[in-house]
Design a protein around this ligand. Sequence first.
Ligand code: FAD
Length: 316
Amino acid sequence: MAEILVLVEHVEGEVKKVTLELLTLARTLGSPSAVWAGPGYSAEAKARLAEYGAEKVYLADAAEIADHVVAPKAQLLAQLVSSAAPAGVLVAATAEGKEVAGRLAIKTDSGVITDAVGLAEGFVAEQSIFGGGVNVHSRVTKGTPIIAVRPNATAPEPSAGAAAEEQVTVTLSDADKAAKVVDRVKQEKGARPELTEAAIVVSGGRGVGSAENFAIIEKLADVLGAAVGASRAATDAGWYPHQFQVGQTGKTVAPQLYIAAGISGAIQHRAGMQTAKTIIAINKDPEAPIFELADFGVVGDLHQIVPQLTEEVDKR
Ligand code: FAD
């Protein structure tokens, strides 16, 4: 079966969910080989990769790989493209993954497709463009297909793989070492799931009314085990931090459930959430465009509805 390289995203040794999604997708196209770059590899990480079908793990865990930002990862993949001749390379369409994909495309003289929301036989990638108004199917026509796939493009499904390890030594040029990490500042890890990986997202918009009122959005999120998101109107007003903005100029989410409270449903907001499996809108205006998109709609004042919903969910 054709070998497919999957670049593992990991934080402090923990394999990110998006990697499990990429392994799941890779299995539909061939035989997935996970590529681990940088320190932090462990028996648990190996078990996780095996659980989701990695037949092989290319292990390049030298510290200097993490010391030079993204260039060494592109170099590692380029080496493997040359030595293993895989049918394709999948990376997560995160800021880092997309930069790796671009650099790898240059190094291997290959085509690259970013922000794929789906992937079918023959490495046909699906992209959602124009604020989600049009879906495009594309295929790489030169070199090795390099596809950056958005988080939540598919649900991760376990399927045992051998995860046979193969150590790889990366040869870094001066250009690969041209940028050096000088400091790492650990972000406080909140109790909530990461926005782009969460199965449930509760978002608030201008209708929430103030920074203080976001507490009701957070409470609902917490009883549901959800992440909190916000519209740009809410982040621009300073009611919620920009890193939680959902939409064209914010994060793209594709959870199982998206609850939009006090959000009108502008096209730029939809661009970041319309592939959610189920959408619930809470809005006092029955004509709000979000209702065209929603699977379930509640017309009313969110300041009454959201706390009631929180209370009901909390009872169960
Ligand atoms: P509004 O459109 O003002 O809607 C507020 C809604 O709340 C209304 O429907 C109202 O009926 C309802 N409401 C008010 N009070 C209550 C209440 N008490 N109970 C229930 N409902 C209530 N926007 C994004 O979100 N993300 C982006 O990434 C983004 N990128 C953009 C990029 C560009 C280039 C541009 C031009 C715009 C972008 N925008 C983005 C902005 C976007 O066009 C909208 O302005 C924004 O999404 C509106 O946010 P909102 O729905 O919270 O506010």
